[in-house]
Design a protein around this ligand. Structure first.
Ligand code: THU
Length: 130
């Protein structure tokens, strides 16, 4: 199964009764294993979690910390752009070269480097010697 197909499949499980905007994310880790996540909202709107955050949590819980590739899908007019917070979360476990495939359910696809989504990222190296 392709990474975007894995994201599309898990998107079906998204809990998004408030926004009605279901998102699926799939991460291929360095081992080759694919980890998936969907957005999970709740009645206290700001406390919901993004699909990317769920996939990252599954990867880390499984003992992996290196992202090789990412795919995100939603049913919007344009390929879904990871939110600012998720760009930072992805960068924690990626290099700027990591490929992020953004897609719509209708079939539009946009491929970008994570470094282009988050230029000038704040990373752990900036914490050195503080
Ligand atoms: N959302 C994600 O899960 N990932 C993104 O990349 C963009 C936004 C979710 C958060 C919220 O549950 C819904 O989409 C609407 O913002």
């Amino acid at each position: 199964m392709s990474l975007i197909d894995a994201a599309a499949q898990v998107r079906e499980n998204a809990h998004a009764p408030y926004s009605r905007f279901k998102v699926g994310a799939a991460i291929r880790a360095a081992s080759g294993v694919v980890y998936v996540g969907c957005n999970v909202e709740n009645a206290s709107y700001p406390e919901g979690t993004c699909a990317e955050a769920g996939a990252i949590a599954a990867m880390v819980a499984a003992g992996e910390t290196d992202i090789a590739e990412v795919a995100v899908i939603a049913n919007g007019p344009d390929p879904v752009a990871p939110c600012g917070g998720c760009r930072q979360r992805l960068m924690e476990f990626s290099t700027p070269e990591v490929q992020v495939t953004m897609a719509t359910v209708a079939g539009a696809v946009k491929v970008v480097r994570l470094g282009d989504l988050l230029p000038g990222a704040f990373t752990s190296s900036q914490l050195d010697g503080h």
